[in-house]
Design a protein around this ligand. Sequence first.
Ligand SMILES: *[C@@H]1O[C@H](CO)[C@@H](O)[C@H](O)[C@H]1NC(C)=O
Length: 165
Amino acid sequence: MKTRRPHTPSAAATVIPSSLLLILTTTCLLLLSFSIPSQSEVITLTSDTFSDKIKEKDTAWFVKFCVPWCKHCKNLGSLWDDVGKAMENETEIEIGEVDCGTDKAVCTKADIHSYPTFKVFYDGEEVSKYQGKRDVESLKTFVLDEAEKAATKAHQAHLDSDKEL
Ligand SMILES: *[C@@H]1O[C@H](CO)[C@@H](O)[C@H](O)[C@H]1NC(C)=O
């Protein structure tokens, strides 16, 4: 006669699922953190990040200011995402957006009076406001031009200050 060990709920039965769960959770979190940067080329700026981000060295920020309930903002559709994609290889240009509904303080500080408003910032300062046609090509041409002007000016100012030393 075979003797069987009495079947007791093994510890392993409870340990395995929970460690598996941990591994799965960790994997998901890792995947999530790796996939976020490539998912969107448009960076959302908030009250906490706006001032620091627009001061990033050698970087022009082209920022869209909107509120979710504004019809003109809704009418843009995927325009801003498309601009983000079009500029993805421009390391010295970042495409950002601010939700003036949730981050009103940023929009007050940036002197926003209507939606949508598009502004270029460089070295923490506003350098220009976009008022042209709302299509990817026009927006792209504008920001490339503004970024180059701002960089040239910053470079010149740097040379001048070196001369004074
Ligand atoms: C950015 O560079 C990658 C790799 O060279 C290229 O496949 C992609 O089409 C480029 N994107 C744009 C918008 O030029």
